[in-house]
Write a new protein. Structure first.
Length: 378
């Protein structure tokens, strides 16, 4: 059987650029080379698409955060939308175009805006090129935490109480301090209980997230909103939930099939046991190996684990999910399950929760990648 030619995309313009690079390093190392012929396409932080750049398989987080650069020998990627799966080219030094071959599918291992938000999915839809993952609507809706909550609530799925702010008219000169009392008044009117979590609506990997613990402190609240505004003008202020954070991987490689849920897992914050005030921020996820570890399945009663799985599938369907997603939930002491957010292209390193959860459920990392790609092939 002829190998299928698969464009594997990584990098991108989002804050999660380097996480995408590390995810792709793991994917390329695990890809079944007997079935697939990968074409790595990197996107620089400026948005330039390239081939023949630095080999992602050599990257690892221990050596720092990798970035896509147009190194010597790298070539620009040029698309001819009208040619569809035959419309991928590289521009040579003399300006001539060289075909990258017939592309059977694209695996966009891209996190955050311009990769996980429906924009690049719309491009592939226009080109009629098969791609792994959620479509335009679900990608866009799940990238925006506000609209994720709107869809989930409409489907009867519990979500954390909160409010959404539009910071475009706030006073930047005072770092939003001038808006502090008004923000506080909105929090009070909504009856939100402390601690609060202030987060950008459209960002990932915990960028711009602040925990606000002091009740009725307008200055602290304004500072947190200002921090979030560096990543998005739409900002959520959510009530902290006294619960465990349980994550569930959902898999639906082929359109129309019933989505499957993995055993739910839990990120255990190891430093919290020592008295440190800690939440799952960027450093805990990626930079500090001693900060956390993954437990799959989470140590919960079987009936609660099943409830998480059922909720994850219901949420996936509510946002019109496809391919894969990681559904992050809160599980309270009395067993109530509410959805925190949905990641349509979750971290995909070998030690990320999504692959680890499926490994614990009986699907290896390589088989998982194979299932996702083969599910979209024509």
């Amino acid at each position: 059987m002829a190998k299928k030619r698969v464009v594997v995309m990584y990098g991108g313009k989002a804050d999660e650029h380097s996480i995408s690079c590390i995810s792709t390093a793991g994917v390329l190392r695990a890809l079944d080379m007997d079935r697939f012929d990968p074409v790595p396409v990197g996107i620089t932080k400026a948005g330039q698409w390239i081939v023949d750049g630095e080999d992602p398989r050599g990257w690892n987080m221990a050596e720092g955060l990798p970035t896509v650069e147009k190194v010597e020998g790298a070539r620009d990627v040029v698309l001819d939308v009208a040619l569809g799966q035959d419309g991928f080219f590289a521009r040579n030094a003399d300006g001539s175009l060289e075909s990258l071959g017939h592309i059977d599918a694209v695996l966009p291992v891209l996190h955050g805006p311009y990769g996980e938000d429906g924009t690049i999915q719309g491009l592939f839809e226009m080109m009629n090129v098969p791609y792994v993952g959620c479509g335009v609507l679900s990608s866009a809706a799940c990238m925006d935490k506000h609209y994720t909550k709107v869809l989930l609530a409409a489907a009867g799925i519990p979500v954390a109480p909160g409010i959404t702010l539009d910071a475009r008219g706030f006073d930047v000169a005072t770092k939003f301090a001038a808006n502090g009392e008004d923000i506080l008044a909105q929090v009070q009117a909504a009856g939100l209980e402390y601690p609060l979590f202030v987060k950008p609506s459209r960002a990932g990997s915990s960028f711009g997230v602040t925990k606000v613990e002091h009740a009725d402190d307008a200055a602290e609240l304004a500072a947190a909103v200002f921090e979030a505004s560096h990543h998005d003008w739409r900002i959520l202020i959510e009530q902290g939930i006294d619960a465990r954070e349980i994550e569930c991987a959902v898999l639906c490689p082929k359109a129309g099939e019933e989505p499957q849920a993995s055993w739910p897992g839990e990120i255990v914050l190891d430093k919290r046991a020592g008295g440190d005030d800690q939440f799952y921020d960027f450093d805990s996820k990626y930079m500090d190996a001693s900060a956390s570890h993954v437990e799959v399945p989470a140590h919960l009663p079987d009936e609660t684990l099943q409830r998480v799985r059922e909720t994850a599938v219901k949420a996936f369907k509510a946002v019109d999910g496809a391919g894969l997603s990681r559904v992050d939930t809160f599980v309270t002491a009395d067993g109530e399950v509410m959805v925190n957010e949905i990641n349509t292209m979750p971290g995909f390193t070998p030690i990320s929760m999504y692959p680890k959860a499926w490994e614990a459920t009986g699907v290896t990392y390589t088989d998982l990648i194979t299932k996702l790609i083969e599910g979209v092939l024509r």
